[in-house]
Ligand binder design. Sequence first.
Ligand code: ADP
Ligand code: ASP
Ligand code: MG
Length: 430
Amino acid sequence: MTTISYEAVPTVEGDVAAAPGNTLVMKFGGTSVGDTQKIRDVARRLVTAREAGQRVVGVLSAMGDTTDDLIRLAHEMSPKPHPREYDMLVSVGERISNALCAMAIRDLGHEAVSLTGSQAGIVTDTFHGKAKIVEVRARRLHAELDRDQIVLVAGFQGVSTELEVTTLGRGGSDATAVALASALGGACEIYTDVEGVFTADPRVVAGALKLPKVSYEEMLEMAATGARVMMARSVEIARRYGVPLHVRSAFGDSEGTWITKEENLVLEKAIISGVTHDTSEAKATVLAVPDRPGIAARIFRALADAGVNIDMIVQNVSAEGATDISFTLPKTDLPAAEPILEMLAAEIGAKGVVYDPDVAKVSLIGAGMKSHPGVAADMFEALGEAGINIEIISTSSIRVSCVVRATEVERAVQAVHDRFRGYAEERVGA
Ligand code: ADP
Ligand code: ASP
Ligand code: MG
């Protein structure tokens, strides 16, 4: 049995030979399987790859807005849907699309079988709604591929170590596909509704350019700061196991974007890879926190223990022995964070907590900015000239992020992209 463990070094157990190198995992997103005609087109693409001699695994997302509809249904039924039942419900969308695709492939005269995440051996931890893949037990997949089947795997889901159905978080079919490619030793193609990874969201920014290549590190930063074309965790898995990714259009045959190791790229002159934006976070401010050691540790430890993902943090200058602490967190984590923060504020003697959901984050990403000191200043200038106020700033060696008003985010991302347009053109030509 071939087993890949994501918590440790990948292991290949003895009784199955190493996976043949010509396995191809092809993942199709929601828009790409939006109706039965589109699923027929996907079936044809999978069959073409099989006829070219590949061992083919298809990973399909749920059709169109199915997942959104299922989530809405859960909240219509219950103000706080039970996590286990929530996953039982929202994992259904992927079963529908993959089963339909298997039917279409059979009608084209090929063998195909659709599997749930559980049947495909996707083993996860027990965190319902945002489970992580811990292992792929690939025995069934190998058996089906050996029988000349085109194998369809329902994306976005697995089975927990306690044998419950789990889902992997929004965009989780990307993680399914990359984990399968790594377990099967194959390549991975991500088919979506744009032609690749662009220097900014092509649906928002006029003049965004398609990147021929991007490093795992840059893609990870872009995904983590809002470029939803790839789920961040899937890029992490790809980087860890060296799975080459090709992001491309489901509606044509043009070359897309290759995501690969940095050493495969010529980046000396390429300062930026993109400008991203994210409207999924809210800002919380704990007011007039007593200014003494240990307070920040208490607040952020309690939030971490509740599984709340904190992103940017600012602590203002202390005035009269008290200071405000502001930070951003996913809007979806607010229900978990609010009671904890209210309780802590009372305990530590803070004045209170205020929440602001109307914020957005604009980020500039690029491996080359490490050696170019003026990049952050240029970004702030571009926002300043557009009359956009910056509320929080954070940086890493390859990223600068600014929190702005949500109503201004599209103008902000356009202004920053315009300022770095020359660098983007250089990069695309690199
Ligand atoms: P899928 O359903 O195929 O997984 P997603 O909606 O998750 O597709 O991701 C594709 C979308 O990501 C695109 O339609 C595009 O609007 C958005 N996007 C955001 N940033 C970028 C970027 N930098 N490059 C490409 N697409 C981006
Ligand atoms: N259908 C799931 C979602 O909408 C998973 C995916 O599309 O990747 O988030
Ligand atoms: Mg997606």
